[in-house]
Design a protein around this ligand. Structure first.
Ligand SMILES: [Zn+2]
Ligand SMILES: [Zn+2]
Length: 338
């Protein structure tokens, strides 16, 4: 089969590799559509350190089951499915407590297990969900990023009509707008340096957009909140500049939630957290939100397909990710078809 193999920083050629045969508890999935995630683009540059070559990336996908191991119970060849990329052990303290996203023995498809930038991928049956008949392949491939946004919003303490700041209008930031609206957010302020992304944010329901390349983003948030700052700030970039902003944009005693995960080390003003009693927390992946994300899309409460700006063959994936990494292109969501 064909697969894009990440072989080192800035190198991800299409290779011929063996089709992965399913283990006894695995299904083999023919990939129908796979989304390009911002984390893959960062991983491609080789700076985040989370993806060790050689690895096939790709963790946002839908497909058809083409083979199943002997112990597979609930799926049949031919089933349309969507796959969560988080493989968890099921027996550690966190799994048992209902937080498999922070499983102590966690692995990630497309991060340290071969993923879906390929014709086929084999995954544990634990990771597979039926794709409802009324959902498209593309909607299936958007379940994962929507689940990430829904999880972050679930972990953000928020009252009805609270002002929410979302820093970063990439796929996750934009989907966070939709999830925050579902949770009853009031004014939604979105900050990003790309005018193109801010246009999307407006279309999806942001009340105020702020471009830190053109204005002081912290001042802008203060102006929108009677000088106080916002009760909830969600950071979806993960670099020093924006994590710093996230603290200054929160009101005293406010909640700051970080989803962004780009730079391993950042510098922040610690006194902002201590002397203004901010609560800062990280969020990673999702738990029940994966199933809820399927349900939100199936019932048309959320339609994330508007984020798709480019569709291409898997063979073009390497060039596309190269363009995104170099900043030559600014497509919100790219879908690849093997
Ligand atoms: Zn992702
Ligand atoms: Zn576990």
């Amino acid at each position: 089969m064909k697969a894009l193999v990440y072989e080192g920083a800035w190198q991800m050629p299409m290779r011929d590799v063996p089709i992965p045969e399913p283990g006894t508890d695995q299904v083999q999935v023919k990939v129908e559509t796979v989304g390009v995630c911002g984390s893959d683009v960062h991983g491609f540059k080789g700076t985040t350190g989370r993806r060790k070559p050689p690895i096939i990336m790709g963790h946002e996908f839908s497909g058809t089951i083409t083979a199943a191991g002997a112990e597979v119970k609930n799926f049949l060849v031919g089933d349309r499915v969507v796959v969560t990329p988080l493989l968890t052990c099921g027996y550690c303290d966190n799994c048992r407590a209902g937080f498999p996203n922070i499983c102590q023995n966690r692995s990630g498809l497309g991060v340290n297990l071969n993923g879906a930038y390929a014709d086929y991928v084999s995954v544990s049956q634990k990771m597979v969900f039926p794709l409802p008949g009324e959902m498209s392949w593309e909607q299936g491939a958007l379940v994962e990023p929507l689940a990430v946004a829904m999880h972050a919003v679930n972990l953000t303490p928020m009252q009805l009509m609270d002002t929410v700041v979302i820093i970063g209008a990439g796929t996750i930031g934009l989907l966070t707008i939709l999830a925050a609206k579902m949770k009853g957010a009031g004014k939604i302020i979105v900050s990003d340096v790309s005018a193109h992304r801010l246009d999307f944010a407006k279309r999806l329901g942001a009340d105020v957009v702020v471009n830190p390349a053109k204005e002081d983003a912290i001042d802008a948030v203060k102006q929108q909140t009677n000088g106080k700052g916002a009760p909830a700030v969600i950071e979806a970039v993960g670099i020093t500049a924006t994590t710093k902003q996230s603290l200054f944009m929160a009101r005293n005693g406010g909640n700051v939630v970080w989803i962004g995960n780009s730079d391993p080390e950042i510098t922040i003003n610690m006194q902002q957290i201590v002397t203004r009693e901010l609560t800062v927390r990280g969020t990673y992946g999702f738990n029940d939100e994966f199933g809820l994300s399927i349900e939100a899309i199936r019932t048309q409460r959320i339609d994330p397909t508007g984020l798709i700006e480019k569709r291409a063959a898997l063979a073009d994936g390497s060039g596309i990710i190269n363009d995104l990494a170099k900043g030559n292109a600014d497509w919100i969501k790219v879908m690849l078809k093997p």
